[in-house]
Design a protein around this ligand. Structure first.
Ligand code: ZN
Ligand code: ZN
Length: 751
């Protein structure tokens, strides 16, 4: 007689809403085991009993064969007394107690659903909301946990008999697929004019007709509205730019499939994997010289942001249009993207001729994520749809729950409990009321979803950031201020599961320094609890303060002073050049900064690449685009000794000015400047290694979004024997600051 074995199994991780219970049900039935499975607040709880060999096989297969969208973090097995279960059942969810289960990110339409979408015999043929347990909306439609239909924006759609039968059949692909629906019972697509009146006819066909005629259409997607025009249509793209008040910032393009994408960009295996991954991010790729893309889509850029369809609606639209489509965020200038119908009609009515709408509400807005393949890895530049809210695991657990409020530009927040860091999706620049509201509501929603009551609130040192002000308004928690560049390096450490100490190179636009001046070209000795400033770029005045950020030519003036008469940059800006030189010389309204971003700005303006900017980082981004990657020459920059090393950025600017006067071309000068910055970083790190004995270097800050600078600096540091840490899962820009703040606050709490 074989003995009966009984075990209780807790599975934690992303195991709800991903087909885990039917998977367990089928597995247990196949192995002839009895018991039951249900969702609980921690994930999935299973009681299973039967022959010892069967139970052992069950436990092996549980992790080995888990469903595609699941992420198992931990399995706990406890033996118990057989309960005499009669067969195996799926029990109702237990919503009581703490809510610790994880919500998965939204996922691109799966191949099975795509087959049905294209099959005239299928009852969901051409249905724009087809989904199943392996794909479809998740985070953006979830109102609360546990993840069940009543707590999603599908609550209002009662399932028809056919959908209900699939939903309740454990052998069906749609068993407990919460957003499942069909043309008989689910959301409906409609095309409206700009005043909100519904247009008759097939909405997809109507939309495509408008697009072909050069019209702008607002399309309700997964995490918000997009504005669409055909990518090859110059007049439409230019019109969209004008109406959106977006002068130069590149638009993203959606291609129907990989074959169509290959006509736009060079796509290798790594890029193809990113494009077809279930997160379906925008992937920045080298643009082909003859790509059929209008000039206004991505002016001044050698790369193009490409994505593939990730909802059935996108698949239908792109198939019918049969050419690539610009899909840019549905907003005016810097506001958050619209995600509600009425708001979209109100805010985008002056931009779009028509609205492709539907009645499945978007509960949480999520922009498209942006990534770039990088030397066998990936660089995430904007982390949003498809990635959030899935947590990152930290190296050591926090003692108390932490909320980190981030910085100001490219804002995110981060909630930390135990080892899990929940970084919010990209929220935007916290400079207006709408974005601030999105930030505050987002914090509330995450706190509810993951049942976190922060006992520590971390913030930037900048007193005027809205994120800092919000942190100070939250009562009942300990406040922890974290210096901006320390947060950058801590973010890079946390991203790599390390604790330091390292030599941290934090190069960015601006951050509030511990001495009240503006930092941004920093060499730190940093671990998660503390940092020491060991070196920095030599400070220069920012003539006119924030005006110098919008007008990079002012930085050229600050660096060049009056030492290079007859330069074009002075001639182009002649009416104000002398005044700005005087401002810088007298220090009036000219705060000193060690910013690396401003150094790039100065050279960009010097070379006539960009005197004034229309989006953050534009001058530096375009300078990189101009640089000849084959250029091997370099400019020397002095690294001055002292307790704190000072790296003289003005040497680089003067060398560039001398080359310019000698008639050297822009691509060569830009290349030599990039190489000069790289050399100076490596030399500084060598000196700091001698002083500190540290051999690890962490590279962070928005300036390291510059691919040329990042790849060269990382390679040369490795050649010099350093171990290099770079960002992988969170952005090097200020979008990663909240993770760094959270890691620092948690580490200090353990001291
Ligand atoms: Zn599917
Ligand atoms: Zn139905």
């Amino acid at each position: 007689m074989t003995s009966l074995k009984h075990v209780d199994v807790h599975v934690e991780g992303i195991v709800q809403g991903v087909g885990f219970r039917p998977f367990v049900y089928c597995l247990a039935n196949r192995l002839g085991l009895a018991g039951r499975v249900r969702n609980d607040v921690n994930g999935v709880f299973i009681e299973v009993e039967g022959a010892l060999s069967g139970v052992e096989e069950f436990l092996t297969a549980l992790e080995r064969d888990a469903p595609t969208l699941s992420e198992i973090e931990r399995v706990t097995v406890v033996s118990g007394e057989p309960a005499g279960h009669d067969g195996f059942t799926i029990a109702a969810s237990d919503p009581s107690g703490l809510r610790r289960a994880l919500v998965s990110a939204d996922s691109a339409t799966c191949d099975d659903c795509l087959r049905e979408l294209a099959d005239p015999a299928d009852r969901r043929h051409r249905y724009p909301f087809i989904n199943c347990t392996n794909c479809g909306p998740r985070f953006t439609i979830v109102r609360g946990v546990p993840y069940d239909r009543p707590l999603t924006t599908m609550a209002g759609f009662a399932m028809c008999a056919a959908c209900a039968a699939e939903y309740h059949d454990p052998g069906d692909r749609r068993y407990h697929a919460q957003p499942t629906c069909c043309p008989a019972c689910g959301p409906r697509l409609r095309l409206h004019d700009a005043r909100g009146a519904e247009l008759c006819g097939d909405p997809i066909t109507g939309c495509v007709t408008l697009l072909r005629a050069g019209g702008v259409v607002a399309v309700k997607g997964l995490g918000g509205f997009h504005l669409a025009v055909p990518a090859a249509h110059e007049q439409a793209a230019a019109t969209l730019r004008g109406r959106k008040h977006r002068a130069d910032k590149p638009f993203a393009v959606m291609a129907a499939d990989l074959a169509q994408a290959r006509r736009l960009c060079a796509i290798d295996t790594a890029a193809a994997e990113l494009l077809t991954s279930r997160a379906r991010p925008i992937v920045l790729l080298p643009r082909l010289p003859d790509a059929p893309v209008a000039p206004s889509v991505a002016p001044g850029n050698r790369s193009l942001g490409i994505m593939l369809p990730y909802t059935p609606l996108h698949h239908l639209l792109l198939a019918e249009l049969a050419e690539p489509l610009v899909l840019t965020s549905g907003n005016v200038s810097d506001e958050p993207i619209a995600h509600e119908d009425a708001d979209a009609l109100a805010r985008l009515g002056g931009i779009a001729e028509a609205f492709l709408l539907h009645d499945r509400a978007i509960h949480v807005r999520a922009d498209d994520s942006v990534v770039r393949p990088a030397a066998g890895q990936v660089s995430v530049l904007r982390r949003a749809r498809g990635y959030a809210p899935e947590p990152l695991a930290l190296r050591s657990p926090a003692r108390r729950p932490v909320l980190a409020c981030g910085a100001e530009l490219k804002s995110t927040f981060c909630l930390l409990r135990g080892r899990r860091a929940f970084i919010s999706q990209h929220i935007g620049d916290l400079e207006n009321y709408e974005t601030l509201r999105s930030f505050v509501e987002g914090i509330d929603h995450y706190c509810g979803l993951f049942d976190i009551r922060p006992e520590i609130v971390a913030h930037d040192l900048h007193p005027d950031y809205l994120s800092t002000k919000h942190a100070r308004e939250i009562g009942g928690a300990d406040l922890v201020g974290v210096q901006h560049h320390h947060a950058h390096i801590a973010s890079c450490l946390a991203d790599n599961g390390e604790a330091g100490p390292v030599i941290g190179v934090a190069f960015d636009g601006l951050g509030y320094g511990a001495d009240g001046t503006l930092w941004g070209g920093e060499f730190l000795r940093a671990d998660l609890t503390s940092y020491e400033r060991l070196g920095h770029l030599a400070p220069v005045p920012m003539p006119g303060g924030s005006a110098a950020i919008r007008q990079p030519w002012r930085m050229a003036a600050a660096y060049l002073r009056d030492e290079h008469p007859g330069l074009d940059v002075a001639r182009r800006n002649a009416p104000h050049w002398a005044d700005v030189l005087a401002l810088a010389a007298d220090g009036i309204n000219s705060p000193m900064t060690s910013s690396a971003g401003r150094l790039f700005d100065a050279v960009s303006a010097l070379l006539g690449v960009r005197d004034k900017i229309t989006y953050e980082g534009q001058a530096a981004i375009e300078l990189e685009q101009h640089a000849d990657p084959a250029e091997t020459g370099s400019y020397p920059a002095a690294v001055r000794d002292g307790d704190v090393l000072t790296l003289d950025g003005s040497d680089l600017v003067h060398a560039a000015a001398a080359d310019l006067a000698a008639g050297v071309g822009t691509p060569v000068i830009a290349g030599r400047f990039h190489n000069g910055v790289t050399d100076a970083i490596v030399r500084t790190c060598r000196t700091l290694r001698e002083r500190t004995g540290l051999t690890g270097v962490a590279l962070s800050g928005g300036v390291f979004q510059n691919e040329l600078l990042l790849e060269r600096t990382a390679a040369q540091l490795r050649e010099a024997g350093f171990r290099v840490l770079r960002h992988v899962r969170v952005p090097p820009n200020d979008g990663g600051i909240s993770l760094g703040q959270a890691a620092v606050a948690a580490a200090r709490d353990l001291m």
